[in-house]
Structures are given as structure tokens and as C-alpha cells.
Design a protein around this ligand. Sequence first.
Ligand SMILES: [Zn+2]
Length: 365
Amino acid sequence: MSYLDEPLEKVEIEKLESGIIYCASPNAVDKISSYLDSKNIDNTTYYAAMNPLDKNNNYETWMKNETKIIVATSALGMGIDKPDVSWIIHTCISTSITELFQKSGRAGRNGKPAKIICCFAMMDRFVIQCIIRHKNIKDCDKFDTFDIHTTLKLSQMWKVIAWHLNICTCRNSLLMNNFDEAFNYSQCQNHCNVKPKYHISDNLVQINVQDVVYKLHSTLSNWDKSGRQINRSFNTLTLILKGSRQKNIFKYHDDKTMIYGLLKHWDKRWVMYLLAKLLADKYLQETQMLSPYRGYISYIVSGSSAMNLTLVSRNYYIQLPKEVIPDPVKSKSKSKSKSKSNSKSKLALKKRPKKAVLRKKLPKN
Ligand SMILES: [Zn+2]
């Protein structure tokens, strides 16, 4: 629960202005409310399954500002018009960009500046997947197949994850673009947490990663020697693309796949961002499988849009900071000078641990 301390500090909780802490489930509401109690922060709670009398009382207490903070699920939504809400903390990712936008829109209705803080962890997706598939978190252990509506909703969730992972595109422009609203970076006036330098388009570059997308599809559509389809978790795919030297990568011969080390120069976050974007665009899909050892586990498989790779166009663009892509001229001269120094200190290098050399090769971000 201590992950909440920083957001609480940022919204200047001691000022006790009216705010909302959004949670994914009633269970999370109760836990976070108890955590606030333990810190002597007055709060009330709200969720759909609550006793109607308590629900109404809590709501009125908050509306009248007798208690400034309400910890709630998205049930606290429709029709809420409390002009003095000055901050919102999202403790879990939202199910869609639309939901994130609507919930965030409940702050700053009096025209004064408001703060929106979104907490993010990749693990959040399992809670949201559960809510999307079963409507409630209690049935998480149930296994089901994904119908077309679920697939669509899950791709919306991946859009939110990509929004969180993308730290080079103005957050406000991404939100507005989702509703087909034109929004210039300069309109944001650095009101989002993306670095000011990335609000200047010269510092960004559009790159075509068609080769990576095509090779990912080919790899995930293949079968290994024992006749099993090659499926890897989101984390493992990230490690393979980064060219990780972890034991398991070699154990399962992932270093022999055509995607191994394809994005070794990219920061891990950008690799995760690309995968999240491909999941949002349905080029990839995260699915469940029954493991004899660990219950249900999630794997990434090729998605329905992968057909586009052969039928329509293989182009796939993403926007990244310029420095993510190594300058071919510079990296060539770097490797030349490196090979020179290597020949001079061959003996010294022999004793140097391999990891340190590899780390040196990675560009600074
Ligand atoms: Zn911005």
C-alpha cells in the first residue's frame, strides 16, 4: 500500500481538498480506505455492491464536504457533478481510454487547476482482464474462451497500457486523439508529465517497425520440435526482443528465434510499449493456457490483425524519441573504435565479466 504515499504527497493531501481515489474492486476500496485510516486521513467509501443506505450516506457525506476524500470503484460515475473536486488518483489502470477520460473529467469542474495521478503496474491487467471477462473479480479463477466482444475490450485495455508506457507523446494529445479531436502539442503547455522536450515534434521520430511485427507473427505462428506452438509470456517476449542472456532464454532455445535481440538497442520500456501497442491493435493477443504446474498462465499469440501483414500492408509505424534509434553512422564509428581498443587490450578483456561489456553497448537514454 506504500505505493500510495507518493501520489498522496503529490496531491498535497494535507491541504484536504476534495478528491477521489479510484480502485478496480470493492476489495481494493476497503484495503485502501483502511490504509488511509491507519494514516489518520479521513475518508469514506463507495461501490455498487454496498448496502444502499451506507452507500447513500457515504455519498452525501462526501458531497457536503463533511469528508473530503472518497475511495470508490467506477460505480462513482454517472451524474457526479461536484465542482470542487481538485484531484483524482487512479490506483489501477482503467478498462479503456474512454473510462480513464470520463473518470478524470470529474476533477477541476470549477475551472481551477486539478491534478490527475495514474498509478501503473503491468500486473494490473490481470485484475482488469478479470473484470472484462467475468464482470467481477471473484470469478478470476474461472477459465473461458474469449469471444469477439471480450477481444475488443481487451484491446481497449492494451490501449490504456500503451498510454501508460508511452512517455514521449503528450498524454493530453493521446487522450484527445482517441476521440478524433485535433490537439496540438503546444496546447498542452506542459500540463502532462511527458518531458517538455518531447512536446516539440523535432525530437520525435516515426519509425516503421514492419520487420519486427512480421518476425513476431512468424515466430508466434511456428511450432517447436516437440510439436507445441511457440507461445511466450509478455515478459519473456520482451526479454527475447532485448536479446536477454537469462538462463531460461537459452534453456528454451529462444536465442535461436528470428526475433532474438531484434530490439537490443531499445530501452526495455519501449519494447514493452511496442508490444502493448501491437496488443491494442490486435496484431498480438494475450490468452490463457492451463499449466500443469502453475494453474492458468498468460501467453501472447498472433492476433487477428496479423492477417494485414500479408493482405493489406506490412507497414507499422510507431513514434519514439530520436535517441532511441541509434545513429547508424555514429554506431559504426563507435564499433570501429571499440574493435581497435579491443585489439589493444585483448588480455584485459578476457578477464572482464561479459555482462559489463554488453551493458556498455547499450545506448544511453
Ligand atoms: Zn502534454
